[in-house]
Every structure is written in C-alpha cells, then in structure tokens.
Design a protein around this ligand. Structure first.
Ligand code: F6P
Length: 319
C-alpha cells in the first residue's frame, strides 16, 4: 500500500471533513501518498483526482459539508462505469480507497472491491440508519440542530398555545425523530417503525390542555405522513391552532459537534490502518464506544434494530 485516495459520496453530513482530515494526515504520517477524489463516484469515473498534503485539510475540522464535494451518480450503476472507475484508480496508482457516505456509498465501495480495488467505507450520514454501527458521522450534529430548532419553536408555540408539528429527515429511518423527540421533550413522535393513531395525538392534546399545558410538540420523521394535512386534521379535531415546520436541509449543515469530530477522526484513522493491514472490503463502525470493522457486504446486510426501550421511555416521559 503506497497510495490511497479518499472521497465522499451521497448526502453530505457534518463531520465528513473531520474524517477526510484524519484519513489524509494519518495516511501521510504512515508514509503514504494521499489523493482526493472530487464529487464522489461521478468524479471518480471522470478522473477528478488530485494530490493532498497536510495543508489541503487545514482549517476544515470545524466545517460542515465536504471539501471533496459529493454527488449522486446513476451512471455508477452500470458495470461499464464501475470498470472504468477501477481503471482510473489503477491509472493514478491508487492502491486503496476510503469512501465516506451512507449505504449507497458502501454499495459502491463493495462493488469496486469485487473489481480488485481495496476499499474501506466510513459511515457518514445524518440518518444513523446503518445497522452494524451505533453511530454514523453527522447524526449527532443533526440531532443538535433539531433540538435548537425545537427550542425556538417551543417559545412561539407556548406564546400562542399552539400545536407545533416539526418534520425531520431520516429517509425511512426514525432515529432523528426518536432521539430528537426524546432530547427535545416532544409530546408525540411519528416514526416509520411504528404505526400512528391521529386520534391518540388529539386525545393527548386535550389531556395536556386540561392540565394547563401551553403547547404540544409533534415530531414527525419525513415520509410518515403529509404534515400539512396532519396539521389540518389536528386543528379540525381539537380546535387548537396548529403550525407545521419542515426542517429540511438545515439538518445537513453546520459545524460538526465535538462528538462527530472525534468519531470522524477515530474512524478515519482506523480506515487507513485497515488498508495498510491489507483489508480489501471493510466498513468501519463504532460499537459500545469501541471502533470496529466488518466486511462491507455484511455491514449492509445488518438491519438497524429499533430501540423499543427508548421508544417506550419516550412515551412515558412525554405523557
Ligand atoms: O440521507 C440523508 C438525507 O438527508 C435524508 O435524510 C433525506 O431523505 C435525503 O438525504 C435528502 O436527499 P437530497 O439532499 O438529495 O434531497
């Protein structure tokens, strides 16, 4: 292993830059040459590859987004594009590739490894939807963004005695809504892992009102329902004014939290070590505070186990 490359793929996540920094600096420290691939698999196919030194990653640990840029790439679904990518890597003398991203990025890394490219995947997505790891880079920062927004929405919901519906991201996974709801003290959460009953929410609103509650916060994971329609129905049933806020891409940006910076640094370091140890298809993760690694395909096959205990606690605390 003499030359490695690093790239980010799929949706950006706060902390990706800290991971890039770790890969570059640990790689250089170990005597490797390090290159950056721009715009994910799209850039890889087109040979958008450049040399990286220590100063290329200066002043980025605190920055959201990804200095390497990212893109979705339908073309990579074809065998031809993947073979071209493997060839590009050979052409640039790259022996190992670190890919930072979500499940799509992992799937790409696995396919490349089958074409003889040594690949290590680092989980970078706000969704925290990968089953093999306790945390993905970006989740903690996104949660903090959600909490900050909830705090503000509470102020105005309280002043007006309103119901506030807040839609968060997650792409089919309820982690942001669940933990955001828990930390933000939401009265109701709607997540894809659980059926919801609109009447139950309305009953809770009535009960809260009779206890002198000034507001009711409903946290909804995207895709569970049409939040504007839900607001209309709640207002109709309860007579309580209801407003909807869709947080959207604000959850993807911002300075990474200390947790994400540390996680990204540890994962970046381990990724380089794995390539140097001769691993050809590994996913880095964290379990019970320890950095772990498993085969990428195995990582992808592990479903995220929904935390019923947290969900039940959340229901008790919010009632
Ligand atoms: O996977 C991260 C994520 O932010 C999801 O939570 C969301 O569903 C999706 O990406 C949004 O994708 P895009 O940035 O392409 O709109």
């Amino acid at each position: 292993m003499r030359t490695i490359a690093v790239m980010t793929s799929g949706g950006d996540a706060p902390g990706m830059n800290a991971a890039i920094r770790a890969v570059v600096r640990v790689g250089l420290d170990k005597g490797l040459r390090v290159k950056g691939v721009q715009r994910g698999y799209k850039g890889l196919i087109n040979g958008e590859i450049f040399d990286m030194n220590r100063s290329a990653v200066a002043e980025i640990i605190q920055k959201g987004g990804t200095i390497l840029k990212t893109a979705s790439c339908d073309e990579f679904r074809t065998q031809e594009a993947r073979e071209r990518s493997a060839n590009v890597l050979r052409l640039f003398g790259i022996d190992g590739l670190v890919v930072i991203g979500g499940d799509g990025a992992f799937a790409g890394a696995s396919l490349l490894s089958k074409l003889g490219v040594a690949a290590v995947a680092i989980p970078g997505t706000i969704d925290n939807d990968l089953g093999y790891t306790d945390y993905t880079i970006g989740f903690d920062t996104a949660l903090n963004t959600v909490i900050e927004a909830i705090n503000k929405l509470r102020d105005t919901a309280n002043s007006h005695n309103r119901v506030s519906i807040v839609e968060v991201m997650g792409r089919g996974c309820g982690e942001i809504a669940l933990y955001g709801g828990l930390a933000g003290g939401a009265e109701s959460i709607l997540i894809p892992e659980k059926d919801f009953d609109k009447n139950e929410i309305c009953k809770k609103i009535f009960q809260g009102k009779s206890r002198g509650k000034l507001h009711h916060l409903v946290l909804v994971a995207e895709g569970v329902c049409d939040t504007n329609e839900l607001a209309r129905e709640i207002e109709e049933i309860t007579g309580v004014e209801t407003r909807t806020t869709i947080l959207g891409h604000i959850q993807r940006g911002g300075n990474p939290s200390a947790f994400d910076r540390i996680l990204a640094s540890r994962m970046g370091e381990r990724a380089v070590e794995l390539l140097m140890e001769g691993k050809t298809s590994s996913a880095v993760g964290i379990k019970n505070g320890e950095i772990i690694d498993i085969d990428i395909d195995e990582a992808l096959s592990m479903p995220r186990i929904f935390n019923e205990k947290i969900y039940n606690m959340m229901r008790i605390l919010s009632s």
